[in-house]
Design a protein around this ligand. Structure first.
Ligand SMILES: [Fe+2]
Ligand SMILES: [Fe+2]
Length: 357
């Protein structure tokens, strides 16, 4: 469950005194409430009942399962549970809507929830009012929210767009499809190690690991914009050609700018930066280079060293690893190289198992 604690108080609607005790009493005494609760307790639709300020009173098993919240959190605001996805703007529209007779005291929209140890869950949420029997025309005394899990659809839609893009870029670039698969795999195992380092507690979540294992492949997508004669030139590039070649980072960031996760753009834009500040396109140094890019740089260079290119022979694993370790602190983040040293045999395993035909 989203454990972000810093939701601003003004996001929550305190207009009316909460009806928690009324709802709680009704749920234990009132047969209609008993029926509502019974009807949804074993339903496969995740569902919660809240008071009139959207404070959680009750949730069913499917809800707890979907949002990994076995110990939910009675008395917590729904908005808080889905913060920061339900940010200031969305939350105020939501509160306005559930207070509005014209809107049927209801709201529907998308929410996301994530945590360090769990992948992001995306769900459509429908909030509808609960009225007292005696006062059917009054304001709701509570709400029921139903959820529909769209995590897989959401992920697949997002990914299929970028997979097509990747396919298009593969038609232009000399690098094989296997290169990008391997870069994904190396990046993912490096991120898995960082997950256990307390210094990266906030940044390296399960979602980050999952994302880098898919998005590392996008590092050179900007080469779609590089002219073929430069991309395929067998000899050395002259200054002007080199300048155009380097623009693939900026082109990649432009292409990936619409991807909701900024990691995609970071990887494309910064994967040629160097730890010592002598890379391109912005000469960033050290930890000012986004972590995902620092990881992908190591993965990409290792694989490029292993591959035969028009301008060089393939290096053995030992030769490539030696070069990577030598460039720790100059080209590469020394901490990531510490993990590379621990993982180097796995790098070799990935290269061998995903070898180019
Ligand atoms: Fe590149
Ligand atoms: Fe590459």
């Amino acid at each position: 469950m989203n454990s972000t604690p810093d939701v601003p108080e003004e996001l929550l609607d305190f207009d009316s005194p909460d009806s928690s005790s009324i709802i709680r009493d009704k749920m234990s005494d009132d047969p209609c409430f008993g029926l509502l609760k019974r009807s949804f307790s074993d339903s496969s639709f995740p569902s919660v009942i809240t008071d009139n300020t959207l404070k959680l009173i009750w949730s069913n098993t499917s809800y707890k399962k979907l949002f990994h919240s076995e110990n939910t959190i009675e008395g917590e605001y729904l908005v808080k549970l889905f913060y920061p996805y339900l940010d200031d703007d969305k939350a105020s529209v939501l509160y306005r809507s559930i207070r509005s007779k014209k809107e049927g005291f209801s709201w529907r929209g998308r929410v996301e929830s994530s945590g360090r140890d769990i992948l992001t869950v995306v769900a459509n949420m429908l909030i509808s009012p609960i009225f007292e029997r005696e006062q059917p025309d009054g304001a709701p005394i509570g709400y029921q929210a139903l959820f529909y899990d769209v995590t897989d659809d959401h992920r697949n839609t997002l990914r299929s767009t970028f997979t097509s893009l990747l396919e298009a870029s593969k038609m232009k670039d000399n690098d094989t499809g296997k290169h990008i698969e391997r870069v994904n795999a190396y990046s993912q195992i490096l991120a898995e190690k960082l997950f256990f380092n307390p210094d990266f507690h906030a940044e390296v979540t399960k979602e980050f690991i999952e994302n880098i294992g898919f998005l590392a492949a996008m590092h050179d997508v900007g080469k779609i914009g590089t002219p073929d004669d430069i991309l395929n030139k067998t000899g050395k590039l002259d200054d002007h050609e080199w300048k155009i070649m380097k623009e693939h980072t900026i082109n990649g960031a432009y292409i990936l700018g619409s991807y909701p996760n900024p990691v995609a753009k970071d990887i494309a834009l910064f994967h040629h930066e160097r730890w010592d500040g002598n890379g391109y396109s912005y000469q960033l140094a050290g930890t000012t280079i986004p972590l995902a890019a620092r990881i992908v740089t190591v993965a990409d260079v290792y694989d490029a060293l292993r591959m035969k290119r028009s301008y060089k022979d393939a290096f053995t694993h030992e030769e490539a690893a030696k070069i990577i370790v030598k460039d720790s602190g100059s080209h590469f983040d020394p901490l990531i190289i510490r993990y590379f040293i621990l993982l180097h045999k796995k790098f070799k395993g990935i290269y061998d198992s995903l070898a180019d035909e």
